[in-house]
Design a protein around this ligand. Sequence first.
Ligand code: NAD
Length: 464
Amino acid sequence: MSAAFERLAAGAIARRRSFGLKERRAALEALRAAIGAHESAILAALKADLGKPEAETRLTEILPIQSEISHTLRHLRGWMRVRRVRPTLAMLGTRARIRPEPKGTALIIAPWNYPLSLALGPLVSALAAGCAAVIKPSELAPATAGVVARIVADLPADLVAVEQGGVETASALLALPFDHIFFTGSPEVGRVVMAAAAKTLASVTLELGGKSPVVIGPGADLARAARMIAWGKFANAGQTCIAPDHVFVPRAQEGALIAALRAEITRMYGAEPKASGSFARIINARHFARLAGLVDEARLKGAEVAVGGTADAQARYLAPTILTRTSAEMGVEQTELFGPILPVIGYDRLEEVLERINAGPKPLALYVFEKERTFIERVCAETSSGAVGINVTLAHYLHLNLPFGGIGNSGLGAAHGIWGFRAFSHEKPVLENRFAPLGNFMPPYSGGKLKLIRAMAKLLGRIG
Ligand SMILES: NC(=O)c1ccc[n+]([C@@H]2O[C@H](COP(=O)([O-])OP(=O)(O)OC[C@H]3O[C@@H](n4cnc5c(N)ncnc54)[C@H](O)[C@@H]3O)[C@@H](O)[C@H]2O)c1
């Protein structure tokens, strides 16, 4: 048994009495202060782990958690409120309410690509819901894992703990009887997590990945589309779960889109992105080799490198790369790229694109660039994905009035704002009897009672 789990779980019942709005707010304020106090360590850790530029760390690691905290502080009273519900006809004479209660002790398993915000973001929701939590950061971003541990050390030890380590640590934690598991990572490991949760019947939130396509319509503003796609794809060197994975473009506009993307890459990262202070690095040698291998394989099988393609293993640098003439036999069209490689695929009819998207696993995000509403609506209505971005990439992640999550292979459940709060809460129905005539339905079943039950069944069958 993990000592941290024991410590946290032991306090669960006492916390039901003592972890109200005021205490939860205090915990969130303490987290906010701890993040502020460790800001320079955060910037240094992300530089060390991912070569992340300061602006990107502030925008994609610190800002999302700080805004999640402020949003939660502002709305928590409302989310925690016990909600009265009206009685249905069969329940006349009763009073009913829904009472959100903390699930208990939660396990948060985080990935390496946004190693701070994906460890602490779910913690905000867990604390808001009144849960205690153990965080297992990714071992592949060790500097950030260390900072997460230092931040959490500023919070009460019986409320939050960090367990550092790799697969072995995660497996040991998964065997413990947590009440909820919030996992962010790959679909493959998501399956392992769900199988482990089946043993303890813990509820799960799975924030997974996959290939998120972009569909460009014939009426799209290509310059604007290219700007959004280049930003979404090359931020964090493409190591973003909702990064555009590949682009479908009407065949006639393929050349113009590539020219626009090339111009955007130069505008964002200069003629030599390796020298740019705005472009991140690949997390480790294994992932670098995987990505370089994907480009080599695509080239060998006939793809063309329209932009980039250069690499430096020592620096774990892979240039922003655009591939054309890719095909279904190549790895780049099969696996989640999770790096700065963008296949651009020409199409003749929208139906082909929709068929292709619908034939694969459901994506985490789907982006559509077009001015014409019917085209946008068709793509939206005829595909299924975790989210849709119209003429925008990535930004839905920051919209806290939208649920963030996947569907099927890209995830289960949702995070952010009230959806994060609900993930860690049990919505407990409470029914209170006042003068419900329930005695009429209890044995002995006289002829009169049978008649009444028949009449009730008929009536409720009609009006509910
Ligand atoms: N939906 C989202 O919000 C979101 C966000 C970021 C990343 N992702 C996805 O995460 C993936 C990349 O992250 P990653 O490489 O860190 O994912 P990963 O699944 O390899 O690892 C995630 C976490 O699980 C742990 N883990 C790994 N193997 C395990 C096992 N066998 N048993 C138990 N735990 C195990 C790791 O230690 C790590 O903490 C991509 O697929 C990406 O799309 C999704």
